[in-house]
Design a protein around this ligand. Structure first.
Ligand SMILES: C=C(O[C@@H]1C=C(C(=O)O)C=C[C@H]1O)C(=O)O
Length: 88
């Protein structure tokens, strides 16, 4: 595979990543509605920890740097919380 082909493959993957992030974000509306009903706060520290710990395990299973993957997921959680706040 040459440089152009590799870059084109990466572009496709980047598009997939953004589409998956958008899909993840869509759930913020449903989750915000449930939290509004029950009066729960947007940030759920127990669930947040679960998501970040799972990300670390998945990173390690795929031989990826755990710290970097956890940072990415920390940003995803923050994005989701920010979106939920727009619904509450
Ligand atoms: C999505 C939720 O709300 C927040 C966002 C989370 C996430 O993006 O995974 C996890 C915990 C919460 O702080 C949830 O409570 O499940």
């Amino acid at each position: 595979m040459n440089l152009e082909e590799s870059r084109s493959a990466i572009e496709g993957i980047d598009r997939d990543i953004v589409a998956l992030i958008a899909k993840r974000q869509e759930y913020s509306a449903f989750i915000a509605a449930e939290k509004k009903k029950s009066g729960s706060s947007v940030r759920d520290e127990v669930q947040r920890r679960k998501v970040l710990d799972r990300a670390a395990v998945l990173a390690s299973e795929s031989d990826l740097d755990e710290e970097s993957i956890v940072k990415i997921f920390d940003m995803l959680v923050e994005m989701n919380e920010k979106a939920q706040k727009n619904y509450i």
